[in-house]
Design a protein. Structure first.
Length: 191
């Protein structure tokens, strides 16, 4: 499986590296198509700039950077999630086949739209890939179970120690009372 990852990740990342680089160099080429999608997103996320060209640059820089990380196998899960996040607005802006009148162009854009959806599926699989190691959820459940077992053992040990201590104190008090009682009997005039 490791060999498969070594080939699959760069193949999946290649489109993002290529497209991100080209768009970063010439954002004006896609700015008109991106504007109807980018501006509503920027209005909802205040940290983003209002300039569509700047948003295109940010998107392409993320695609170039995350694509490179994914291709190199560095932070592959985070890189795949970042690419997935950029792919959604890119697909909506670049391939709105439902708005195109010409049947041939509409068919071409539909193919690109569904190709991008397929790539989104591949990115989600890459984001979920744990390299054969247990998932974070599994490790969390296992750690929680282990912590609960350890806590139960410690509480039981403390209870056993407390019980043994109480039993020892009870025995000591009983012995002392027996001794005092015997001493008092020895001094009483009762026979």
């Amino acid at each position: 499986m490791a060999v498969l990852r070594k080939f699959a990740r760069p193949l999946l990342a290649s489109m993002f590296i290529s497209g991100g680089y080209a768009t970063l160099r010439h954002p004006e080429a896609v700015e008109p198509a991106a504007k109807p999608v980018a501006l509503p997103i920027a209005a909802r996320i205040k940290a983003l700039p209002d300039d569509p060209r700047q948003l295109v640059r940010i998107n392409s820089a993320v695609q170039l950077g995350a694509g490179t990380l994914l291709a190199l196998g560095r932070f592959p899960r985070g890189a795949a999630l970042a690419l997935a996040a950029t792919l959604v607005p890119t697909t909506l802006a670049g391939h709105p086949y439902w708005t195109i009148e010409d049947p041939d162009e509409r068919a071409r854009q539909r193919v690109h739209f569904f190709k991008n959806l397929s790539m989104l599926g591949g990115l989600l699989l890459a984001a979920a890939d744990t390299h054969g190691k247990p998932s974070l959820a599994y490790r969390t459940r296992r750690g929680t179970r282990h912590a609960a077992d350890t806590a139960t053992d410690r509480v039981q040990a403390a209870w056993d120690g407390l019980y043994a201590g109480a039993e020892s104190v009870t025995d000591s008090v009983k012995d002392h009372l027996d001794s005092v009682t015997d001493g008092v009997r020895d001094h009483l005039p009762i026979g």
